[in-house]
Design a binder for this molecule. Sequence first.
Ligand code: HEM
Length: 327
Amino acid sequence: MPSQIPLLLLFMISPLLLAAPPPVSAQLSPEFYETSCPDALSIIGASVRAAVAGDPRVAASLLRLHFHDCFVQERLPGCDASVLLDDVAGSFTGEKTAFPNRDSLRGFEVVDVIKASLEVACPLVVSCADILAVAARDAVAALGGPLWTVQLGRRDSTSASLSSTNSDLPSPFSDLNTLISAFAKKGLSIIDMIALSGSHTIGQARCTVFRTRIYSDNNVNSSFASLLRSKCSIFGKDNDLSPLDMSTPTVFDNGYYKNLLSKRGLLHSDQQLYLNESGLVSSRVSLYAKNSTKFFRDFASAMVKMGNIGPLIGENGEIRTNCRKIN
Ligand code: HEM
């Protein structure tokens, strides 16, 4: 009977419809706390601005915390505040001692202050994962970078993964193809990767992560390398710091890309984005070096995409009372 065909089709298609998860952006929303905690965003913004006024590097550290949160996902969760969980001797190992985080990830105390204020204003409402997303945005703005609308409604994980932290975060010793695939694995494009790398216009890095760059790489500006060798000796001084963008380390601008054009990228991985003057990646670096408005626009949209990586939503996960431990 012809009239049964549409019904049959619907019957065949509906399990597929049910199985396909709705897009993340349909579930997170900028207004998520509008009635449950109307002051949430202003509380976070004020704390970030106060912390950055005291120590401008904190802005870089908060931005990096959100990146290291979102990129680590064992199965689904990405931006789930797993990065904030402390180890508990004998029972729980978090992500803080993983190679990319140990001795370099900072900003935890600022998150604690924000969370304590939010627990007074609206207990058990605002997730630590959302605090990281908003704090990253406000930190960038505090140093003169772009603003964007943050999607909200992420929940906090009840677990963490040291092994995924080691495997999913890109290494400063990576080549271009490895960087591209690390971002592709998270659903981020080459353009997203180039724009997000502009984060290295602020903040600092330890000698141990750029030593081989200044002693062994050949695509490095020679006066830049010799200046850095005086601060980072071939042995020892592993934790001595240098700015990722030497000219304007506390201004969020397009200085990072200008540095790459003159072979002044601090990390080996940074300079991989500009190996020669041709090709898609190099020409995008040149574009951002010339046009900071374009960089700001692409950076803002890539940050929204990064913030959408596998959040916990609905009834999954929890809202932690203390970002360092599960409830
Ligand atoms: C493209 C691949 C990336 C690699 C290989 C990389 C690697 C690194 C390394 C090795 C450091 C210094 C850590 C140390 O001293 O031990 C660093 C610092 C930093 N990274 Fe990245 N990163 C990458 C992408 C990103 C992204 C996507 C963001 C943000 C969205 C970001 C934000 C930062 C910031 C702001 C700092 C300075 C932090 C501070 O001063 O506390 N990085 N990164």
